[in-house]
Write a protein that binds this ligand. Structure first.
Ligand code: RB5
Length: 146
């Protein structure tokens, strides 16, 4: 599994927290920033990262901003991306099992580093269940391909 990691200025600390978890789990990743002093625009990080997941270059992505909302809205514009905004452990597990989410979004101004780290651990280690969910996820792809 290879993961792409990105944030805007509002998510830098949590992005570093996520990177530390991936280091601990020995999961390879590329961190594309931001390495910013001032503020940046979240679509400038979400869209290229999402495209690199959709193209298959990366298996998954983790995107962080202040709320996680801007990142999730942006990433979900990219065909083939299923970005999930997650701030609890139940959703972290469920969105992998049911939605086969390929991007995890979180908000640094919403949750603390301890919970974020647990969410990353749960999300990267939970498999998609397929089965009855396949038809539902398939309908999203069908819509994208219209
Ligand atoms: C930046 O101030 C903030 O708007 C951004 O990090 C994010 O929360 C947007 O959804």
């Amino acid at each position: 599994m290879k993961i792409i990691l990105a944030s805007d200025h509002g998510g830098t600390n949590l992005r570093k927290e996520a990177a530390a978890v991936l280091d601990e789990l020995e999961i390879p990743y590329e961190d594309i920033g931001c390495d910013c002093e001032g503020s940046v625009d979240y679509p400038d990080y979400a869209l290229p990262a999402a495209e690199r997941v959709a193209s298959g270059e990366f298996d998954k992505g983790i995107l962080i901003c202040g709320t996680g909302i801007g990142m999730s809205i942006s990433a979900n514009k990219v065909k083939g991306v299923r970005a999930a905004l997650v701030h609890d452990l139940f959703s972290a597990k469920a969105t992998r099992e049911h939605n086969n989410s390929n991007i995890l979004c979180m908000g640094e101004r919403v949750i603390g580093p301890g919970l974020a780290a647990e969410i990353v651990r749960t999300w990267v280690s939970t498999d998609y269940e397929g089965g009855r969910h396949e038809n539902r996820v398939g309908k999203i792809a069908e819509y994208e391909n219209k």
